[in-house]
Design a protein around this ligand. Sequence first.
Ligand SMILES: Nc1ncnc2c1ncn2[C@@H]1O[C@H](COP(=O)(O)OP(=O)(O)OP(=O)(O)O)[C@@H](O)[C@H]1O
Ligand SMILES: [Mg+2]
Length: 606
Amino acid sequence: MPNQSLKEKLNQAFAKLKPKKKPAKQDKPTMANQSLKEKLNQAFAKLKPKKKPAKQEIAPQEIKTKENKKENTKKRFKLPKLSSIFKKKKLEQDLPTVNKALPKSLKVIDKYSLYEPFAQVFIVQDPKTGEYRYILDELQLDNFERGIYNRVLEILLAEIESPKEEIPDPRKFFAEEAKKIVDKYRISLGWLPDVSWYKILYHAERDLVGFGKIDPLMRDPNIEDISCDGVNKSVYIWHRTFESIETNVQFENDEILDNMVGKLVHMAGKHVSSAFPIVDASLPGKHRLAVCYRREITPFGTAFTIRKFRDDPYSIIDLINTGTFSEELAAYLWILLENRASVMILGGTAAGKTTALNAMACLIKPGSKIITIEETAELNLSHENWVSLISRQSYGLGGNAIGEVPLFDLVKASMRHRPDMLIVGEVRGEEAYVLFQALATGHGGMCTMHAENLDSAVKRLTQKPMEISPAYIPLMNIVISVQRVHLVKSGVKKAYRRILSTNEIVGYENYANIFTWDPIADQQVASLSSSAMYASIAKRVGQTTADLIEETKRRSEVLHWMRQQKIRSYKEVARIIAEYYARPKEFYQKIRMSEEEKPVAAEPKI
Ligand SMILES: Nc1ncnc2c1ncn2[C@@H]1O[C@H](COP(=O)(O)OP(=O)(O)OP(=O)(O)O)[C@@H](O)[C@H]1O
Ligand SMILES: [Mg+2]
């Protein structure tokens, strides 16, 4: 009410001051107009209440300026660079940290930024229970900003044009376009400090092209899995250092949760509904999403789990650096894969099977025709001659599975494409049978399987639904068993992934252990001389096992050299491996010449 009377008074003052003749345009001010302006300003100053005017009251002045001087306005109201607003040292005071509100009893163990200056994380510990919690501290919109944010969303949805060509980074594209649009409309939307505009842009990007409320968690490279068990339940994460911990992120009601999950499923190009409440999908960035929608099968509300994948996948060099593989083990697999051996990777949930499979795939000869078959797209190969096949769920209701394309059909279909190497993401059912048929006809094959050890894997393979006859089991040449183990390093106990054993299947229930992990020394112990695979390859290529062992040493050195040279990205590693395949002797000589440090392996006889 006091605002209204203020407006009325202002109008009256305006009416009195108004000259009888039509005023000249403001962009060409006359003397008369200038004095009129001055008078108006004085009248305005008198009428101005002592307390700070509400934000909305400032807007009309700005709109007036915009209407009259469009060009200048554009320049004047361009948002300044974010970095200039949030000077590094100011950051702490600008962020309304949860830290201040954290109970004193909780101990802050770690704190890091996820997306400066909008989101940061506190890892806290309850000294009584010893439990860790993940506290996400994200800049929130106040009520006024929320109102403008809702209008900005409408404008953005109406105005942002879809790009004409494919763009490598949709988020960057959106951020740039959204900033342009906000620069255009910000005056008419109401006055807000620059910081608020950046907050609004951040929330718009998060909600329109990002992963919504869990977007900051998706930015945290320390998180492996994100899982939500239902409405009003804390989201849990699997943290690389602190393992499974509770977060302060929750979904307050079904609508918010269902909307977000529905959006995620659509981002993955799939459909979810009460009729089809179970969905497995691959989100942009290859993150694997598993959903149980609404309260159809999950009484606590929609449940979802995201297996996060790194933007930059682990290469074989990364896995050597983390201690999962040894250089010698990687070199051994390299020789076997070159000779089209078949490899199966075993392990429990999240043991690192798919990661190991993906990293090993770059050891396959470039130019080989590779077909990958998965339920959700997780594999990422550097090979040009690569076909990716993804199974499809049924569109129909009832038992007749209309439109379904299961893994079984895909493995069968892939045989007609004459692959050199067939990679099945995970074998679970009758597709294993077809994969073994493919191996029997001379194709190379790789797959993963959920099993704790070789014995239980073989039992599963020979029983329903896989039903592989014992005579076919040796067609899988090598079985690698990967596991998450806890090791104490520099006094800190942490989870690591290790290849516990590498076995060659000589016959049914006849296995030759080639590499074993020694947990005390944290090393792979090799017995290459007992390799039946080396013996059979040697015969085929007119060499001896000793020659192949020498070659293993050379390749170990190539891998070691890459580590020394800090060559680790998937693409770079694939390039070096391709170079070695093309000219092994020359390449090896080159690295020997350039090696500054002593090579790890003994000197080879070329
Ligand atoms: N050697 C490794 N070192 C560090 N992190 C790893 C390693 N291998 C896998 N991870 C991480 O562990 C998580 C699980 O990996 P991955 O998806 O490969 O497991 P999985 O065994 O295939 O799981 P699932 O049974 O669910 O398919 C991922 O976040 C991955 O980045
Ligand atoms: Mg997997």
